[in-house]
Design a binder for this molecule. Structure first.
Ligand SMILES: *[C@@H]1O[C@H](CO)[C@@H](O)[C@H](O)[C@H]1NC(C)=O
Ligand SMILES: *[C@@H]1O[C@H](CO)[C@@H](O)[C@H](O)[C@H]1NC(C)=O
Ligand SMILES: *[C@@H]1O[C@H](CO)[C@@H](O)[C@H](O)[C@H]1NC(C)=O
Length: 194
């Protein structure tokens, strides 16, 4: 007898405990917050998209797309340029050819954050200007050890068509000019969004 009632008692006790916790937090008035169902926001089905483009980082010449904006006095004696901060507005194109179709820009910062190898902290927004993604953005925050074959960096959010985005980007150097440090990088981006 005791053996069969004990599980029921615990189930009841546990249910009451959960309910009272939920009621306690839900009953506190929150004038700035209401619960919504995804449908009320027009969110239907989560999609997985693969984006593929080439990133053109030009530091040389008269019209660079990335410029040094800050460094420490020790940055230029560091073998990894530790502490150097660059601001970029790098075009993104469909093909490695810089004159191929423009799909967007990578706007943000890369900064040398590693004292042992070149490893950039990347903080940027991919700002798309083409087709249905025109005006939408994806935000990337990650570590980029530029001499690795493939670098993986998280996509931490997005706007427009990419609201609620999360995923990752894989960067692979297509060409790197050792003389002037200009680079063309292939990007494969995988994102969940609605
Ligand atoms: C490093 O940069 C500082 C100023 O930021 C400059 O005074 C110095 O000459 C530079 N050193 C080298 C080796 O370029
Ligand atoms: C891109 O086009 C410009 C002129 O519009 C030309 O000067 C340049 O050489 C072209 N670049 C390539 C890689 O074809
Ligand atoms: C992208 O949107 C802007 C602003 O709405 C518009 O001016 C531009 O023509 C659009 N570009 C494309 C390729 O649709």
């Amino acid at each position: 007898m005791a053996n069969s009632t004990r599980p029921k008692f615990f189930l009841l006790f546990f249910t009451l405990l959960v309910l009272s916790t939920l009621l306690a937090t839900d009953s506190i008035p929150q004038p700035f917050s209401t619960s919504l169902s995804p449908k009320q926001l027009g969110l239907k089905r989560q999609k997985l998209s693969h984006l593929h483009f080439y990133f053109h980082d030009t530091v040389s010449g008269r019209e660079p797309t990335a410029i040094l904006v800050a460094e420490s006095p020790a940055s230029n004696i560091s073998k990894t340029l530790f502490g150097s901060v660059f601001m970029m507005d790098d075009p993104l194109t469909l093909q490695p050819d810089p004159n191929s179709t423009l799909v967007g820009y990578a706007q943000g910062i890369y900064a040398s954050a590693d004292q042992r190898e070149i490893g950039f902290l990347m903080v940027l927004n991919f700002v798309f200007v083409e087709g249905k993604y025109n005006g939408s953005t994806l935000s990337l925050l990650g570590r980029n050890p530029i001499f690795d074959e493939v670098r993986e960096m998280p996509i931490v959010g997005g706007s427009g068509r990419f609201r609620f985005a999360n995923g990752y980007a894989q960067a692979k150097t297509h060409t790197f000019d050792l003389k002037n440090a200009d680079a063309i990088v292939e990007y494969n981006v995988y994102v969940f969004h609605y």
